[in-house]
Design a protein around this ligand. Sequence first.
Ligand code: NAD
Length: 489
Amino acid sequence: MRVAIIGAGYVGLVSGACLADFGHEVVCVDSDSAKIEALKQGEIPIYEPGLQDLVRSNVKEARLSFATALEEPVRAADVVFIAVGTPSRRGDGHADLSYVYAVARDIAAAVDGFTVVVTKSTVPVGTGDEVERIIREVRPNADVVVASNPEFLREGAAIHDFKHPDRIVVGTDDQRAKTVIAEIYRPLNLNQSPIFYTTRRTAELIKYAANAFLATKITFINEIADLCERVGADVQEVARGMGLDNRIGAKFLHAGPGFGGSCFPKDVRALIKTAQDHDIPLRILEAVAAVNDTRKRAMARKVSAVFSGVLRGRTVAVLGLTFKPNTDDVREAPSLPLITALQDMGARVRAFDPAGMKRAQTLLKDVTYCDSAYDCVENVDVLVIATEWEQFRALDLERLRDLMACPVVVDLRNVYRPEEMHRYGFAYAGVGRPLAAPAFAHDPFLAIGLTSEGAHQRAELVEATRVGATTCWASQLCNAKNENVVSKG
Ligand code: NAD
């Protein structure tokens, strides 16, 4: 089949490359000429594992090409996918549909013969009706069916998700459109991925309801994590205990700094707005959005609490800037409000991310960007793990501790085990886990190379940890290490 994809971003480019890999003839169109020029040169504008190879091999086989003008690809296409962005509209949180509607007009002017126009962008319920109205207005006699086919891929695992979807949701009542879309996805259907046909409006709502539900699950466990910290329970075990129940499932129950990314925050906001417009307020979702918004900055208070609430003059290393691993996307990443809040509290911030620094640099000022995790932690007072990149899961803890001015780690992704961190002499705080008493497990003063001269401090330390005051412990450990360095010097 001949396919035109309008919008060559995360969704458009991945969809285009995968559909070409299925054997279709695909043209990806984008109005960003620099992006298209780069793609024509074999450069991939986004970081997505496996995408470069997939694009290159399909370009080589002449199944995938790129263009800035949509007229010719749309004229030739059996199916046109709309995959442009639908960001939050400034001011009110509604999905900004201006890109979708602009593209609908251009498509209408260009179509030739029977064409299925499929909205893959995440769009509020009723958008398909408006796309159809626009097309009929521009070309009353065009033989076009407008269908909905929302995309569920995750950045970082996009190719796998596109090729192994749990389901393919198709919203249309038109039999000809169903036949064309079934042909497009035939290789997946052979792989047992079910195509779920429904009405266009229902398909549009399925996408928002699914994202909103996952965002709610994350927010739920984040609030349970706060309670765990207060009552001395372990959120990871709570999540595991819950997730083993098949009715609940283990996924999206990882406590952390709040959800971010290009989809969940804006989709939650857009669904809330749609519901309000129809006079059906979604109160649970309103709470989810509010809780998540405040949580990101609250993570900075978690860091300052380690130093009894005073961060002025401290240097903080932040590892991870992207909203999740294996992407370079920093849109609405928790790291952004976290870092701004740390700076507002008077901290200096150093940061490292394997893929997201270029994009973060346009959004964050006065941050020292580093070449590696170890470069980042040099002489800092505290390390904050904000994104669970694989390479942050197995850091050389001895090296880390020796490089830091104070061996204090705030792990917002629960990557490390508290006992292990204490064994290496770190003051360590995760999310939703009880503050284990390090001195009971091992002697952190010895671990950081202090002699028994620190005995009186150790006594205070034991007392401090006994009452659960990691804050005192972190500050003391910090001072102790500095004194040791001075006395050694
Ligand atoms: P993106 O910002 O990465 O890409 C959108 C692209 O559309 C950009 O390259 C832009 O230049 C292009 N564009 C805008 N107007 C255009 C026009 N008139 N003609 C041609 N190109 C135009 O966005 P994305 O992350 O790929 O998201 C696209 C849609 O898919 C959104 O609605 C999003 O909510 C949805 N979605 C995204 C994901 C994800 O993980 N990123 C997952 C599922 C669904």
